[in-house]
Write a protein that binds this ligand. Structure first.
Ligand SMILES: *Cc1c(COP(=O)(O)O)cnc(C)c1O
Length: 344
């Protein structure tokens, strides 16, 4: 069965007439606004633009994707939730993802009432391509496949050829979560023109340095974006967040400089960590973190905490592994000197 969006979208949402806000009904400029029950005495009294038009225009110029193919969410977490609620029939439909990976796919899928299918990634954290996966991809109840590239917490990127293979083997939506793509060599955005069932998620939380603002973006077919827009809360992104993001995009050179600094620090950390006797393996990373296998990860974790350094214990997902975010050069030096003392 070929991909068909109207087969995927839940029947009760197809006919939904969305909430029409005051700002939807009048989006031009006026002198006096008496349409939205706002407090006229406050400098923060006005509702934000529900369509995020300026921000979508700015992203459109940066990413070379039309504004109609972009939706802004309150973090990518909101977009994951909206996507699932658009297509999952509770108790019936299935959602597939590959572990270890970002925990929100499972949580949001379960909230939407999906049956979750977890397939382990291979030993080198690549997709488990083969007949089992082929069969699952053809399951008519499969509605969403999550691919995370670069993957959290492993740091590796999925080869684009394999992403293509998944996209063309299924009629489900394939979500490629690219939260860390700005640190990586390539993105799947250029596949949007070829694959109608592709959704690329990006975020302002990592490379753009705006985790506090809660902003994520979905890039997909204009039909899918139109459905998502109809079910999103009207004022899901605040005026402050929209303008912070616009400012960041205006000084995009600063963002790229920071990305370059972080990548350089990641490479330096990777080399230095690999030399430590307590480190068994540093996994290759195209993100802003490193997954590191220690001989005694629990002990190292506690030791670092005692020196006021917090890393993420991922040893339940990957044996003996800690996930370490790349910090400032000073923070990274402090981490390295603490680990050297641990070894001494
Ligand atoms: C950090 C992260 C996100 C970001 O989510 P936001 O809600 O946009 O902050 C999304 N996906 C992955 C895999 C992440 O690691």
């Amino acid at each position: 069965m070929a991909y068909n969006l109207s087969n995927l979208v839940l029947d009760h949402l197809k006919g939904l007439s969305p909430y029409s806000s005051a700002r939807d009904e009048f989006s031009e400029r006026a002198e006096i606004y008496l349409d939205a029950n706002e407090n006229p005495f406050s400098p923060y009294g006005r509702y934000p633009d529900p369509s995020h038009l300026e921000l979508r225009k700015s992203l459109s110029a940066l990413r070379k994707v039309s504004t109609e193919n972009i939706l802004i969410g309150n973090g990518s977490d909101e977009l994951i939730d909206l996507l699932l609620r658009l297509v999952v029939r509770p108790g019936r439909d299935k959602v597939l993802y590959f572990t270890p990976t970002y925990g929100m796919y499972r949580v949001s899928a379960e909230i939407a009432g999906a049956k979750t299918l977890e397939m382990p990634l291979s030993v080198d954290f690549n997709l488990p391509l083969g007949p089992t996966l082929e069969r699952i991809l053809k399951d008519p109840d499969l509605k969403v496949v999550f691919l995370c590239s670069p993957n959290n917490p492993t740091g590796n990127t999925l080869p684009k050829e394999e992403v293509r293979q998944i996209l063309s083997s299924t009629s489900a939506l394939v979500v490629v979560d690219e939260a860390y793509a700005d640190f990586a060599k390539e993105s799947s955005l250029d596949l949007l023109e070829t694959y109608e069932n592709l959704v690329v998620l990006q975020t302002f939380s990592k490379a753009f340095g705006l985790a506090a603002a809660r902003l994520g973006m979905a890039y997909a077919s204009k039909e899918l974006i139109a459905y998502l827009r109809r079910i999103k809360p009207p004022y899901n992104v605040s005026t402050f967040s929209q303008s912070l993001a616009l400012e960041r995009l205006k000084s995009y050179e600063t963002v790229t400089e920071q990305i370059q600094k972080i990548i350089k620090e990641r490479q330096r950390l990777e080399k230095a960590l690999a030399k430590l006797p307590s480190v068994l393996h540093v996994y290759p990373s195209e993100a802003n973190f490193l997954l590191v296998e220690f001989s005694e990860s629990k002990e190292v974790f506690q030791y670092l905490l005692s020196r006021s350094i917090v890393v993420r214990d991922r040893s339940k997902e990957v044996p003996r592994a800690l996930r370490i975010t790349v910090g400032t050069p000073k923070e990274n030096n402090q981490l390295l000197s603490a680990l050297k003392k641990y070894n001494a």
